[in-house]
Each structure stands twice: as C-alpha cells, then as structure tokens.
Design a protein around this ligand. Structure first.
Ligand code: 89V
Length: 341
C-alpha cells in the first residue's frame, strides 16, 4: 500500500497531538518534515518524532522534499497564504479550523485549490468524536422518529488561554474557535441551515473577543437547534471539552450526557450506552475526547487520499460551516435573523 508523505507546518500546542494522531494511524503515513517560522519549535517536534528535516519556510520545504500532503496547524491568518503555496506546488493540503478569517477568504481558498485540481481538506474533528457519531447513528436508525428540536452545548470555564494564549487576542473568539466545531456538529446531525440568529456576550475582561455565543439555527430538515457556547460558565463540575446534546423527536429523545453516556428514551423506556472515546497514551487528559477524534478525522482524510474517495470535511463542505460562523457575527451585530431561503 502507498505511504502518504506528510509535512507539518506550524509546530505549536496542537501540532504535537496532530502528529501523534498521524503516527497512530501507522504505516499509511510518514511525517517527513516539520516547518515553523520559529525554527526552534520545528526542531523540538522533529526531535520528539525522530524526523530529520526541519524548515522555517514552506516554499523551501516543498522545493526540497517529496511531499503528498501538508498539514497546516498555524494561526488562522496564515491559512490562506500557506494553502496557496501548496496549491501552486500541486500538493494536497489540510488546514485547521476555522478555515479562514472571513467567508470571502475561505471561498477564495476553496476556489484556488479547485482551479488547480488540488485536494483541500479542513481538519474539523468534533464530528469525529465517538459519542457524536453514536448520536448520529441513533438518529439514522430512526430511534426517536423525526427530530424536531435540539440543544448542543459546549459551556465551561476551562482556562483555554493557558495552553493557547493567542486565542485571547482574537477579536472574534468563541464563534470562530468553538463555533467552528459546534455549528459543524449541528450541520452534521441535522443538515444545512434555513435561517440563523445569534447573540453574544463578552464576560471575561482580559480577552479581546466574545466568550459567550448562543446561536439558534432553523435547519432545512425542520429541526430547531440551539447551539450554546461559553467559556464563562462556572458549574459544580467542569466538563470541558465535552459537548452535551439533547435531541427531541416525534417518538422520543436522545441525550449525550456528561461522562459520554448516551440515553435514548421512547415510550418503551430508556436504554443507555457508554460512548467513551478511545484513550491514547499521548493525549492530554484534559483534552482526551478531542485528541482521540483527531485520529478518525485524519484517517478519513488519508482514506480519501489513498482511495480517491470523498472525505467528510473537504473545503467545499466546510465552507457551509464557515458561512454559519460569520453569519452568526452578522446576526449578533445587526440583531437580525439571517435567512438562507
Ligand atoms: O479544538 C479546538 O478548537 C480547541 C478546543 C475547543 C478543544 O479548546 O480550541
């Protein structure tokens, strides 16, 4: 079987886990180089993963190494220029969420890759969390009949800025960072949006952007989904980074509860299952559910590369999530419903 040669660009906090997750997949993929404009960071990861090649510039990396796929794990403003470099070199590329700093930039990234026939993926991993996939399976099995209403919650007071200080400087914070996941989960479960309304708060005075957002989506499928995100919510028990989901359907409810318990209630009663994610030795225990989902997301991208199949999180699909992100800001600023009729 062919082995995909991979280069990692951006060697900060997430790159380590992203690299472990690629390694977890085994022989289908080989990391051949690390790149960061701060070369000491590239050296650190290269030492950790025993990789020989390090660069401080993607263009020279691509000029010198044979690479099939570039994984961009850098800040959002660098995504578009780095994706363009990959596309110019006809090298497939995956970048972290959010895809770009605006819908226009994201649309341009997708177009640029399409015009050059280059595969472009977005690393959107929440939909690859085991419990969220199990919830989707229960919906597909029609256990609760047609869903009509849902809530998807990601609320905590986890000090996310300690590991990712740059998040504190974002003018648009929680919808770009967490909304990229939660709005994508809503699309994954219920399809495309018919309309959207959003309100935000900035509670934490030491960060620039908003840290609370409530987005109400009416999906074309008829489901009303309330997507709640907050880093200003102090509860008796801290559940970061678990996503809680409650879906009501004509025949019952599905709820994803703390500790990865999924309960399915119908007239016949409640059945429950344990949807705990796999635990990898390399994952940070504070992020275990998220880190485990990196593996599934990477595998899906790799399968697309190896078998010419379609990955779930290709750029053109993720554009619909990006649209919801920036329309949520538009809605909050204007206090208007955004409609996709
Ligand atoms: O995946 C992420 O975007 C992280 C998390 C939401 C887990 O903190 O920032």
């Amino acid at each position: 079987m062919k082995c995909i040669k991979l280069a990692i660009v951006g060697c900060g906090f997430w790159a380590k886990y992203q690299s472990y997750a690629w390694r977890e997949i085994g022989e289908q993929v080989e990391i051949v180089a690390f790149c960061d404009k701060d070369i000491t960071k590239a050296h650190e990861l290269a030492d950790l993963f025993q990789v020989r090649n390090t660069y401080d510039d993607l263009t020279s990396l691509l000029a010198n190494e044979e690479v099939d796929l570039v994984d961009i794990i850098s800040d959002v403003d660098s995504h578009a220029p780095l994706v363009r470099i990959c596309a110019d070199h006809k090298v497939s590329v995956v970048c972290q969420k959010p895809m770009g700093p605006s819908l226009d930039v994201a649309e341009d990234m997708v177009r640029y890759c399409q015009e050059r026939g280059v595969a472009f993926f977005v690393h959107e991993n929440f939909r690859w969390q085991r419990p969220i996939r199990q919830v989707k399976e229960l919906l597909n099995e029609n256990r609760i009949g047609a869903p009509f209403k849902a809530s998807i919650r990601f609320c905590s007071s986890f000090p996310v800025f300690e590991n990712q200080p740059s998040l504190a400087d974002l003018e648009q914070f929680i919808i770009t960072d967490v909304g990229a996941h939660i709005l994508d989960v809503s699309r994954f479960l219920f399809g495309e949006a018919y309309s959207l309304y959003c309100q935000t708060h900035s509670i934490n005075p030491v960060i620039k952007g908003e840290d609370v957002a409530n987005v109400f989506i009416r999906h074309k499928s008829g489901v009303h989904a309330y997507c709640e995100m907050s880093y200003a919510s102090r509860f008796e028990q801290e559940y970061f980074p678990e996503t809680m989901i409650l879906i009501e359907g004509a025949l019952g409810t599905i709820s994803l509860e703390p500790g990865y318990r999924i309960a399915c209630t119908t007239r016949e009663g409640t059945t429950s299952l344990d949807a705990s994610p796999p635990v990898y030795t390399w994952s940070d225990p504070d992020y275990a559910i998220v880190h485990s989902s990196i593996v599934g997301c990477n595998q899906n991208i790799l399968d697309a590369m190896l078998h010419k199949s379609k990955a779930e999180t290709v750029g053109s699909d993720n554009l619909e999530t990006v649209r919801l992100i920036f329309d949520a800001y538009r809605s909050a600023e204007s206090n208007q419903v955004i409609s996709y009729e």
